[in-house]
Design a protein around this ligand. Structure first.
Ligand code: HEM
Length: 420
């Protein structure tokens, strides 16, 4: 039965790919890039792979900044979950670039499980207080209302990047000019996670950005109050917490700062972009938003991000030969575990191609899971609905142009119109 479901999904995938290819413009390569660059094309390609070649070996490393001998693309939900759960067999690779940004100190996303990882994550947990989120959410709601005064909004600079940047300033405690903070956090994120071709220009820009951000963190140490994560980290360091000596404060704060701004902004843009393609769903979510029902809106956002997540894969590398299912995976393989494909696996998700809000939370793999589950998990679940409910409540919401990263994977502009 499940083989038939996979087969039918693969047939749909082939026909979807063919139609998108014919509709795209340019020569063969340009069309292919356009089809596979879009989430819909990726979903179709993954449907074909789940049936025809669920573990696709490739003789080249597709993630150039981090050395590997080959790649292995995994498309089933079972493989995705197993790889992320077996963190000792499938290691995170980001360490070397992380250390370039911190001046040598590791940040916990670049570490495997062990004493250093546990010390730093425990110290970071200890400086978070239960009622920290309320002022952040109040700020997000007020900023969103202010951004939506007219009949038009450019989402990243006015709302989706601006709000997380204010969170970094007010709650993390990093004083830095906001536009520069947004630009630099985005460059650093690009360098660490999305620079698949190891572009020297991206590296040069990231090196300049990390100098500016580290200088801003150092300068903020003196002013950050006890309501900020930086202020609390410094106080804990002075009380003897080894995770928060001077290098540790800088590494941990730059790590969460990089994770916070481009991710939330891109997720906000992609969720809206997906909802605008679905008029029936948009009407339903607008009714919830108009009633101020953030929890109801959230269900639509997560489902929209299932169709259009900010990244379709997580990558890991094997330090030794391992077994996965019935197959050998050699040491030095870059394993590309697709969260997008996992969320559409017909063996794990009922009727995956239907937009159904809400689905059970376990359906989603939007910001990692297991050991490296996003540190912002709770923040994301609360702040995205807080940021976007006022926008979704607006009647006549439509896009004037698609999200535009100006050649980067991170939207810089996304202009929307609505009735005042
Ligand atoms: C919708 C917004 C976000 C998305 C899509 C997202 C995505 C992710 C993903 C996929 C991972 C796991 C990476 C891996 O396993 O290789 C991760 C980890 C992480 N994220 Fe986020 N993130 C978001 C927001 C945030 C925010 C707001 C913060 C900071 C407050 C943050 C900080 C981190 C940190 C520190 C880690 C590393 C956790 C660890 O290693 O234990 N992220 N995020």
């Amino acid at each position: 039965m499940s083989a038939i479901r996979r087969f039918m999904a693969a047939i749909d995938g082939v026909s979807g790919l063919g139609a998108a290819f014919l509709k795209a413009k340019g020569g063969f390569k340009a069309r292919l890039a356009a089809v596979l660059g879009a989430a819909a094309g990726q979903r179709n390609a993954f449907a074909v792979l789940r049936f025809a070649q669920p573990r696709l070996g490739l003789g080249v490393n597709l993630v150039k900044p981090y050395p590997a001998a080959r790649s292995l693309l995994l498309t089933t939900a079972a493989d995705f979950r197993e790889v992320i759960a077996r963190q000792a067999d499938f290691e995170v690779v980001y360490g070397p670039r992380m250390r370039k940004l911190t001046g040598g100190r590791d940040f916990f996303l670049g570490l495997q499980d062990g004493p250093h990882y546990r010390r730093d994550t425990a110290a970071m947990r200890a400086i978070v207080q239960p009622d920290d989120l309320e002022p952040v959410l109040a700020m997000a709601r007020a900023e969103a209302a202010a951004a939506l005064q007219g009949e038009e909004v450019d989402l990243p600079p006015m709302l989706s990047a601006r709000i997380p940047a204010r969170m970094v300033q007010d709650y993390f405690g990093v004083a830095m000019e906001r536009e520069q903070l947004i630009a630099d956090a985005t460059l650093l994120f690009h360098y660490l996670f999305s620079d698949l071709g190891a572009d020297p220009k991206v590296e040069a820009e990231a090196m300049a950005a990390k100098d500016r951000v580290n200088a801003a963190i150092d300068a903020s140490v003196a002013t950050a109050g006890p309501e900020t994560l930086l202020g609390r980290a410094v106080a804990a360091g002075q009380a003897g917490e080894a995770a928060f000596d001077a290098d540790g404060v800088r590494a941990n704060i730059i790590g969460i700062l990089i994770g916070a701004i481009p991710t939330l902004s891109k997720a906000a843009c992609f969720a809206i972009d997906e909802l605008l393609r679905r008029p029936a769903e948009l009407a339903k979510v607008r009714a919830l938003a108009a009633a101020g029902d953030e929890a109801g809106v959230a269900g639509y956002l997560w489902e929209a991000l299932r169709f259009n997540p900010i990244s379709p894969i997580l990558y890991r590398r094997t330090p030794a030969d391992v077994r996965l299912g019935g197959d050998d995976v050699l040491a030095g393989t870059m394993v590309l575990a697709s969260n997008l494909s996992a969320m559409f696996d017909e063996q794990a998700v009922p009727n995956p191609n239907a937009f159904r809000a809400p689905r059970p939370w376990e359906t989603y793999a939007l910001w990692g899971e297991g050991l490296h589950l996003c540190w912002g998990d709770r923040i994301n679940q609360a702040i995205l609905p807080a940021m976007l409910t006022p926008l979704l409540a607006k009647p006549g919401l439509r896009a004037l142009a698609p999200p535009d990263g100006e050649g980067t994977p991170f939207p810089r502009h996304y202009r929307l119109r609505f009735e005042a």
